[in-house]
Design a protein around this ligand. Structure first.
Ligand code: NAD
Length: 405
């Protein structure tokens, strides 16, 4: 395929193409953060499975495991490949860049592109682990999916981003006009709550761990971690106390059950890590969250404690999951990487800014420009050092094991 100039095509919080060179630069930038901060005695996990490893927190986890610990990584994700002039999704280009960099730096890596919820891909992953890794000592579960088909019953569930019980009215920002308006989201039905729990709760994570444990593919002492979010009180109606929050409560219950089982059987552990709010494809879709994150960015940048996914994963892999140590956890047993976001001084400032933010003062009170820049960067656009006037090869074929799942 001849090279083409790729210009961003997006509308609001939906971007329908991606820039291969921008995505590759994003991956290299994240590798550089990890390489520059690797502790002298970098060790930790050596064989890592990352479910949802092509974008956001999962990609950052994979980079931290590979370049921080020298781990072999197997990534699972669901991405679209390029087709003619149509570009691939960002996660495809990210993964292609990950594989190129891993090969360059002598790191073993394999990926499966397919539906993580299916039995077929779990089977395929088990075969790769058995043949190439022996067993895994860390399983990162970082899926964010709009729907899930249960392979055992054939039912398809859809996740909803809604409050529970009552409608929620709150401030929101329009990504196109940058207007701050009041929006109302109607509450979820009992069916929508139940379906969201089936998609974003812990059932599939549990099935992954059961599959690996059942086949003897979890190393002694193996750990598993899934990601969650809590956030401050003014986001609770839409998040923590809403449909996704209900799913995250199920995820935590699953972690507790898996933890008990892994400790008893292999001396392992299961954790939920509560991460900070960052800009990802999943988080931009949640009503009100972009405005909150824009305020958070302004405050955290000013205080010098701003972090993106890779800085969060640097702390997770180098501090919390450091070898031979049990991570510090809160009273509920969760790892808290949102500790800086939830600092009293940070949240106090946001709580003061929240009622006064309007379309007129958005640029001054909040870092909405930073939010949008990060959003565009997710797709490889607005990345420093990339010349967007230059034609690029967009038909980059993945050098990984593919599976239509
Ligand atoms: P993301 O959209 O960047 O990544 C989702 C990943 O899941 C991608 O790799 C995608 O390919 C993969 N995926 C989706 N459906 C799949 C399927 N059917 N089969 C295989 N792979 C599939 O999302 P993210 O924001 O990084 O979210 C990851 C986790 O982190 C979620 O549990 C989320 O709740 C949690 N989290 C996110 C934030 C945030 O602010 N973004 C904060 C705290 C916790």
């Amino acid at each position: 395929m001849p090279e083409q100039i790729v210009k961003q095509r997006s509308r609001g919080f939906i971007c329908v193409n991606a820039h291969p060179a921008g995505c590759a630069k994003n991956v290299e930038d994240q590798i550089a953060v990890i390489a520059a901060n690797r502790p002298a005695a970098a060790a930790g996990a050596k064989n890592v499975l990352v479910v949802g490893g092509s974008t956001g927190y999962g990609l950052a986890s994979r980079i931290a495991a590979a370049w921080g610990c020298g781990a072999k990584t197997l990534g699972i994700f669901f991405e679209k490949e390029p087709f003619g002039k149509r570009t691939a999704t960002a996660g495809h280009y990210n993964s292609a860049a990950f594989h190129r960099a891993a090969e360059r730096d002598g790191l073993w890596a394999a990926s499966l592109n397919g539906d993580a919820f299916s039995d077929a891909i779990k089977e395929r992953a088990a075969a790769v682990i058995r043949a190439e890794m022996g067993a895994v000592d860390l399983v990162v579960y970082s899926l964010a999916a709009p729907k899930r088909t249960n392979p055992r019953s054939g039912e398809t569930f859809a996740s909803a981003l809604k409050p529970i019980g009552e409608p929620y009215s709150g401030k929101t920002v329009d990504p196109i006009t940058a207007e701050v308006t009041e929006a109302t989201v109607e509450p979820a039905s009992a069916e929508e709550i139940a379906q969201t729990v089936r998609v974003m709760g812990g059932e599939d994570w549990q099935w992954w761990i059961e599959k690996l444990a059942g086949e003897g593919l979890l190393a002694d002492g193996a750990r598993t971690v899934a990601y969650s979010y809590i956030g401050p009180e003014h986001t609770w109606p839409i998040y923590r106390d809403g449909t996704v929050g209900a799913a995250k409560k199920h995820l935590k219950k699953t972690a507790d059950a898996l933890d008990e089982r892994l400790r008893r059987t292999i001396g392992g552990a299961a954790y939920v890590s509560v991460n900070k709010a960052v800009v990802t494809q999943a988080s931009a879709a949640i009503p009100m969250i972009p405005l909150y994150v824009s305020l958070l960015f302004r405050v955290m940048k000013r205080k010098g404690v701003h972090e993106g996914p890779i800085e969060q994963m640097k702390r997770l892999f180098f501090e919390r999951l450091a070898p031979g140590t049990a991570p510090a956890v809160d009273s509920e047993g969760a790892i808290r990487l949102d500790d800086w976001e939830m600092r009293e001084d940070v949240q106090q400032e946001i709580a003061e800014l929240w009622p006064s933010v309007t379309s007129e003062n958005l640029g001054e009170l909040a870092d909405f420009a930073g939010f949008m820049r990060d959003f565009n960067r997710l797709f490889g656009f607005e990345v420093e050092g990339v010349d967007y006037e230059q034609p690029v090869e967009s038909e980059i074929v993945g050098r990984w094991i593919t599976d239509s799942g």
